[in-house]
Ligand binder design. Structure first.
Ligand code: ZN
Length: 303
């Protein structure tokens, strides 16, 4: 089981908070590079007619996460009641699920502010809570705004340096922004995003860029599963990804690497028992199979 999907050594996720109108511009820029982003929205501030925008972004592969019901409560304040935490965190999750048809599994606190009690409420129903630091030295939270540097160009060089550090150290880069092009709190520009994603492109062989949830899911599910590989002949093997994993969370494929002879250059195909194809990629000496937890793939190679 590789550290990150596709045997990449590092990961990057891009999150944009508060559901500003320019979120659709942000989404389009990420799509033009072949990537998807995460949008942490405030369900209590979304009108009945506005949910179509978020449904559309979700259908295009972006993640819609929970950023609290009203974004008016500082959940780092110990005097906030349990009932308020339930409304701001869990009722907000229900509201998004009802309107989107997809339960949000990631949460981000307004202003990155929370007590241990608020965090435990969020973690009781969300698998991943976005943090500015997660205790790992190779984790970097990058501010995509104009408030943490003297200028936008200084901010770009700061976040690019952070990404390079994460790639060099095998970690996880999580960007936090709002809107673009004059929209929202301390926005960056479309050009800033394009310049950064172009910079990120140089690391494509080592860097996995995906939504916050998809990276969090991989990190959480990888230790929950076990891989069993059995060769049934010199050209056929079965590979199972099993174990007692969380079935609600672990719904996306994990990458399994299989050794092959370095000089081998034959054909390879992998299928599930229902005949559907399992994605396979290869490098010299290794095959990589993206297999869903709970499933078994049959791999056939030509000699
Ligand atoms: Zn916010």
């Amino acid at each position: 089981m590789t550290r990150y999907k596709g045997d990449k050594s590092a990961a990057a996720s891009y999150t944009f908070d508060d559901g500003y109108p320019s979120s659709t511009t942000v989404a389009g820029i990420f799509e033009s590079f072949g990537y998807r982003a995460t949008f942490f929205i405030i369900p209590g501030a979304i009108g009945d007619t506005e949910w179509g925008t978020w449904k559309d972004l979700a259908a295009r592969g972006h993640e819609i996460g929970n950023h609290s019901m009203t974004h008016t409560i500082d959940m780092g304040d110990p005097s906030v009641s349990d009932a308020t935490l339930q409304t701001e965190i869990n009722a907000a999750q229900d509201r998004i699920a009802q309107n989107l048809g997809i339960k949000p599994l990631s949460f981000a606190f307004p202003w990155h502010s929370y007590t241990a009690r608020a965090l435990s409420v969020a973690e009781s129903r969300h698998y991943s809570v976005r943090k500015m630091s997660n205790g790992e030295s190779n984790y970097q939270f990058a501010f995509f705004d104009q408030d943490h540097d003297a200028s936008l160009s200084a901010a770009l060089s700061t976040v690019n340096d952070q990404l390079r550090f994460v790639v060099d150290n095998g970690g996880w880069f999580v960007a936090g922004g709002h809107g673009v092009d004059g929209d929202g709190w301390s926005p960056v520009t479309s050009q800033f995003l394009r310049d950064h994603l172009t910079f990120a492109g140089q690391f494509s062989s080592r860097l996995w860029i995906d939504t916050y949830l998809n990276v969090a899911r991989y990190r959480l599910c990888r230790p929950q599963v076990s891989v069993t590989a059995t060769a049934s002949s010199s050209t056929q093997a079965t590979v199972s990804v099993g174990g007692s994993f969380n079935g609600e969370l672990c719904t996306a494929p994990l990458t399994v690497s299989l050794p092959v002879k370095e000089a081998w250059s034959g054909n390879v195909a992998a299928r599930y028992s229902d005949g559907s194809a399992v994605p396979v990629t290869r490098t010299s000496g290794k095959l990589y199979l993206d297999i869903r937890p709970g499933r078994t793939a049959t791999v056939e190679i030509s000699p």
